[in-house]
Design a protein around this ligand. Structure first.
Ligand code: XIL
Length: 379
């Protein structure tokens, strides 16, 4: 009898150990088991906070500096690159076996004051931008696997935004449509041929005019061999609504052109009252559903390779200040790092094998960039 009791106990232990090996317990484990990237934007200032770092390392296999690689942080002075914060992010990622996405090289906003259109000719801006892309990408080559080369170049009507890089005064390709974007991608590819190159955009997730313009640009770039590997979809949701069928259709038409898509800045804001009343459970539930729908659209699209949230704790989300306090609580973890229903929804989607396309089959995707995708998927 003693022997039988012992072996029953051993069996139980064995079963427990097996379950521990096979059942994922975190977003990261769920994503890792299928070569999926689960990422978040980070602020290196917060790494010294134990809960921040522990949650980050436990739950994510990819990070992206929220601001540390933007011109206004890295180039406060024209001739001085301050890589301190970006390097900290890379060190954290490498210590925890995470991948790093770079954000961003060309943007009409968040540029330093010295970068004033009146002070530069197109030829000077062209040299400046080429040099910037080159220095940034060479510094991080082998450490940053994918870059948002150009961010938010289109307006809501699908026209190119006026900007210092496009036509005010531009880099010498003013009013020539997407040629300045093409030039930035060609410089980026020269600077680091191994890096995946993304065009990143806001409010172009569903089938609207901006999304159509991006689709046409990708089609044109692919046809002419302009080096573009992916489209980043920001997915900042302000109103607890998402047309997930249109999101999936948009992802699907892009991946059919031979590029991958990544969700790069997901957050789902909840209206908050000025008197800071507790969040309504219905809103938290609706938020969870939106997270679930967005994750499902990605996981079901072969070629959607990453889901990244814009921060992970409500404590440090940009949504509060951006909405002047009218919205908040947009992320999967609360301000004290408690898991919200949104976390649970993301986890269930990632951990559910029936929902996923098989990334290991991604070799059958069209497009020359995809072997690179597979190469980079090995974490
Ligand atoms: C935001 C950051 O979250 C803020 O900290 C910063 O003050 C402004 O930029 N689209 C983007 C991101 O591509 O870079 C923006 O990040 C949010 C909108």
């Amino acid at each position: 009898m003693k022997c039988c009791l012992l072996s029953a106990a051993t069996l139980l232990l064995f079963a427990g150990a097996l379950a521990a090996v096979s059942a994922p317990a975190t977003l990261r484990q769920a994503a890792d088991s299928d070569g999926m990237l689960i990422g978040t934007a980070v602020r290196p200032m917060q790494f010294s906070e134990t809960l921040y770092s522990a949650t980050l390392a436990r739950e994510f296999n990819m990070i992206e500096p929220e601001d540390a690689l933007k011109w206004w942080v890295i180039r406060r002075e024209e001739n001085d690159f301050d890589f301190t914060q970006g390097d900290e992010v890379v060190r954290f990622a490498e210590a925890h076996n995470m991948k790093v996405r770079g954000h961003c090289l060309v943007w009409h906003q968040y540029n330093p004051a010295w970068l004033s259109p009146a002070d530069f000719t197109p030829a000077q801006l062209s040299d400046l931008l080429k040099d910037h892309i080159n220095r940034m990408m060479k510094h991080y080559a082998g450490h940053v696997f994918a870059w948002d080369v150009v961010n938010e170049a289109f307006d809501e009507k699908g026209r190119l935004r006026e900007s210092i890089w496009y036509n005010q005064p531009g880099i010498g390709l003013a009013d020539q449509g997407t040629r300045y974007i093409e030039q930035a991608f060609r410089w980026a590819h020269e600077a680091d041929p191994q890096a995946l190159l993304f065009y990143n955009e806001a409010e172009a997730e569903t089938l609207n005019r901006k999304a159509d313009a991006i689709y046409e640009m990708v089609k044109d770039f692919r046809r002419r061999g302009v080096p573009i590997d992916g489209i980043g979809m920001q997915v900042h949701i302000p109103n607890l609504q998402i047309d997930s069928a249109a999101l999936a259709a948009n992802m699907s038409r892009l991946t059919k052109l031979g590029v991958q898509v990544q969700i790069t800045e997901l957050d789902v804001a909840i209206p908050v009252s000025p008197d800071k009343k507790p969040l309504h459970p219905d809103d938290l539930q609706r938020q969870a559903e939106v997270y679930k729908e967005v994750a499902a659209a990605c996981l079901q699209t072969r070629g959607c390779t990453a889901i990244q949230t814009w921060g992970f704790t409500d404590k440090y989300s940009w949504v509060g200040s951006h909405s002047r306090g009218t919205r908040g609580a947009a992320l999967p973890f609360g301000s004290s790092y408690a898991r919200k229903p949104a976390y649970q929804a993301l986890f269930e989607e990632l951990a559910s094998p029936s929902k996923r396309h098989n990334y290991r089959d991604s070799g059958s995707l069209p497009g020359a960039s995809l072997p690179l995708l597979r190469f980079h998927m090995h974490l």
